[in-house]
Ligand binder design. Sequence first.
Ligand SMILES: *Cc1c(COP(=O)(O)O)cnc(C)c1O
Length: 367
Amino acid sequence: MYPLIEIDLKKVEENAKKITTLFRSMGIDIMAVTKGFSADEKIVTALTRGNVEYLADSRLMNLKKMKGFPLKKVLLRLPMASEVNELVRYADYSMNSELSTLKEIGRASWRNRTVHKVIVMIDLGDHREGIQPKNLDQFVAEAVKIKGVEIRGFGVNMTCFSGVIPEQQTLIKLVKLTREMEEKYQLNIEMISGGSSSSVYLINEGGIPEGISNLRLGEVILLGTETAYGKNFINLHEDIFTLRTQIIEIKDKPSMPKGLMGKDAFGHEPVHEDRGILRRAIVALGRQDADPDGVIPSNSKIKILGASSDHMIVDITDDPEHYEVGDIMSFKLKYSGLLRAMTSPYVEKVYLNEEVNLGILPLVSDL
Ligand SMILES: *Cc1c(COP(=O)(O)O)cnc(C)c1O
C-alpha cells in the first residue's frame, strides 16, 4: 500500500561500517542516533552490524524498544523528572544539565540498586541545552555529591537550534573544560562527546581535536551527508530511503487561486506566483506522512507546490508526458522528511536486502 518508504538495509550497514572504521582509527567511538527512524528494529540491527558502539535516542520509549540489543543505551534529550524510574532501567547514560533532575535520577538509581552514568552538557554557543562554561565548576562541585549518579563525560550540542557550526576551537574548549573538571574533581571520564553530524566536516578542516572520543551520529549515517554544509561525506550512500506514492489526479489548473483569499489549512497565508496554466498532479501524500519541505522529487523536472494534511500538489508542467493517474511518484528524503515518514503509521515500511542484512541466503524461488 502507498505511501511507502523503501529502506535499503545493506546500505545502512555499509554506511555505518565506513563511519565506524574511519572514526575508530582516530580513537572516536560512535553513538548511532536512532530517533530519525523511531528506532525501527531492522534498521537498528543493520547499524549494530555496522559496528556502532552505542545506541542513542532522545525518547525513552525508543530506548525501551531497543532493550534487546546488547549495546550501551544513551538518552540524548535531558531527562524529564517524571521519567527517571524508567531512565535508570532503560538507559546506561543520559545527557544532563540540571542538578534537581540529577537528584531525582540519584534517588531512582538508589531504588533500582544501580549507578546511572551522566554526560554533562556544556553550552558553547548554540544555546539549546547545556551549562554556561562560567557556571560549570559550581555545577560539577554539586553534582559529584549526589549519590547514584556518576559523571562519565562531557558533551556539546551544536547546530540543532541556532544553526551554529562547531569549529575546531569549540571542541578544543570542550576538551579543556573536561580536563579541568576531571583533574579538580578526580572524575572517571570515559568520553568527551564532540557533537553530531555537524561536527564530522572538521575532518577536512584541520581535524577533530585530540581528546574528543565520541560523536553522536544520525543524519550522516542515514542520508550520507554531513549537516554543517550538506555535503556528501566519505562517499557514503545517499539513497538509503525512497518514499513512493501514487498519483490520484492530473489536471491543468491556473497557478493563481480564484476567489477571496484567506489562510490555508495550517494558518499560513500562501503566496502564489502567476505562471499561467500549470499541469498539476496530486499524489496521495500529506503533511501527516511527510514534511513537504523535507522531500525532493526524484525527477528533477518536477516541483512540489505545496501540501495539506493528505494531499501533495506537484507541478509536472516541465515533464507532462511522463505521468498518468495511477503512476507511482518517488521522492528522496531530507532529515525532516525521513523523521515524519518513519514516524507516520500511514507510511508502510518496505525493507530491501533484509536477507543480506540478516546473513540469510535468499531462497531459490519456484519457477
Ligand atoms: C539528534 C541529536 C543528535 C544527532 O544529530 P544528527 O544531526 O542526526 O547527527 C546528537 N545529539 C543530540 C543531543 C541530539 O538530540
